[in-house]
Design a protein around this ligand. Structure first.
Ligand code: FE2
Length: 146
């Protein structure tokens, strides 16, 4: 179970950092794609905070302790933040979003596999759903860049 808790906490930490990072892009994006990107990132940070809540509360249901501070999130997240990224171009922000989403998807797969090892079907289900939504966003941003 401790492997599952470790990876679930990495997910929560990553979701917290992703939430902030998506705001950074939402606030600072400039250029002719402002309206679509600004709105897309808003939709994504709203979704990621709901997902974070779901995973954290699943950890509690399993009698674990979810990450609940910014410092733990920064330490354990697979996505890193960078203050200077507010100066990226719109295209670079999309590329950075895509890079983060791919790391997030890899982590979701790892979490699903850890849940499968524990025969925890409810947690497996959470991550099947999460991965399908991350995959959808990866497709959107790849199509935007193409
Ligand atoms: Fe806003």
């Amino acid at each position: 179970m401790s492997k599952l808790f470790d990876v679930l906490n990495q997910v929560v930490a990553t979701q917290n950092v992703l939430y902030i990072r998506l705001h950074q892009f939402h606030f600072y994006v400039k250029g002719p794609h402002f309206f679509t990107l600004h709105e897309k990132w808003e939709e994504m940070y709203d979704e990621v905070t709901a997902d974070m809540d779901e995973v954290a509360e699943r950890i509690i249901q399993l009698k674990g302790e979810p990450v609940a501070t910014l410092q733990e999130s920064l330490d354990q997240s697979v996505i890193k933040e960078n203050e200077a990224d507010k100066n990226l171009s719109d295209r670079e922000m999309v590329e950075a979003t895509l890079e983060g989403l791919k790391a997030y998807r890899d982590l979701a797969i790892e979490a699903r596999e850890a849940a499968e090892a524990e025969e925890d079907e409810v947690t497996v289900d959470i991550f099947v759903d999460l991965q399908s939504r991350i995959d959808l966003n990866i497709w959107f941003f790849e199509a935007w860049l193409a």
